[in-house]
Design a protein around this ligand. Sequence first.
Ligand SMILES: CC(C)(COP(=O)(O)OP(=O)(O)OC[C@H]1O[C@@H](n2cnc3c(N)ncnc32)[C@H](O)[C@@H]1OP(=O)(O)O)[C@@H](O)C(=O)NCCC(=O)NCCS
Length: 311
Amino acid sequence: MDGDFMDEEVLLRRYALVGGPDDMIPRLRRVAQAVRDDRVVAEEARREAFALFEKNPPENIEKWTTVPSTALGDDIGAFNMMVALACVPQVAETHRRFDLPPEHLALTFSWFRPMIGLYRRRHGGVPGITHTRTFWFRKHADGLLFRFGCMEFLKGPVPNYLPADFRAQLSPEDEVPTFHFPGGPGGLDEDAIKRSFAEAVAFWKRAFGHYPKAFACDSWLFNEHWPELIPDTRIARSIDLYDRLPSLAYNPDEPSGLFFVYCRERCDPRDYPVTNSLERAYVTLYTRGIQPCDGCAWVKVDDDGTVRFRS
Ligand SMILES: CC(C)(COP(=O)(O)OP(=O)(O)OC[C@H]1O[C@@H](n2cnc3c(N)ncnc32)[C@H](O)[C@@H]1OP(=O)(O)O)[C@@H](O)C(=O)NCCC(=O)NCCS
């Protein structure tokens, strides 16, 4: 997997890890050609890869002006894919360090498959990814984020969004990793979720010598309005597995869930066609003047590593 991330062969080999759609391949080839032909495009790719995967601390490049779209046209999403794949050797090295099997690399990079689907849906059928979420992979490279089954788990201290009475039972050095859903079909299957947690606790014990005290998550999936607005969905039901708190404060920089539904960090759902119950729910929230907020969920872990789901 080594070699320059902009080299066409290297790029296509790395894209195979994603297992993404074939119609991305001609676009990746054109991007590799554009890099060879145009110094500005090549410099931008190196600048972004450096900021994301080498600089300490890394930069979130969300607000950067990236390559002028005229240089790449609608291949810009493929350019973003190329930059994201620059971290493959670092992630592979981290997996070796943690004794994770080689197939863990493809599982980890399959994260991009739903991202490509989301981008395609909001970009007239064109495959690609945005450059705004690639920062997430630095955490894989740094040995902080790990994929197990259908979920990811991020190392970290006790999150401040947990209720005070629960935090009072923990000491400051206790670990409460956060849990995340990469998504895609079947991404909220209950059995798969439980298997992922079981793998995560076993890994934590082996890799870090202790079980976490709990796992926590603040997410758009746990919006307190979903049980009313989309009652019979996996999204609304998935919250039943966890202890929870109602929605957290509205974050104007990242209105809850918009990216994962509209592929835009900020937008007004009323500007988009309504094609399913979730999009209708977002329109209802905005029509009622309700700002979408994350909800918070957590599960405690016993001293023997048993994860205490609510159901
Ligand atoms: C999390 C995820 C797997 C849930 O999808 P799911 O299993 O289809 O969920 P549900 O079955 O409960 O879907 C309920 C409705 O919402 C729609 N829906 C679900 N996720 C959607 C999304 N990201 N964008 C648009 N619509 C979506 C479904 O099509 C369904 O519509 P319908 O009731 O009219 O048939 C999916 O949203 C996803 O892949 N998200 C990307 C990753 C993500 O958001 N992770 C959480 C970050 S913390």
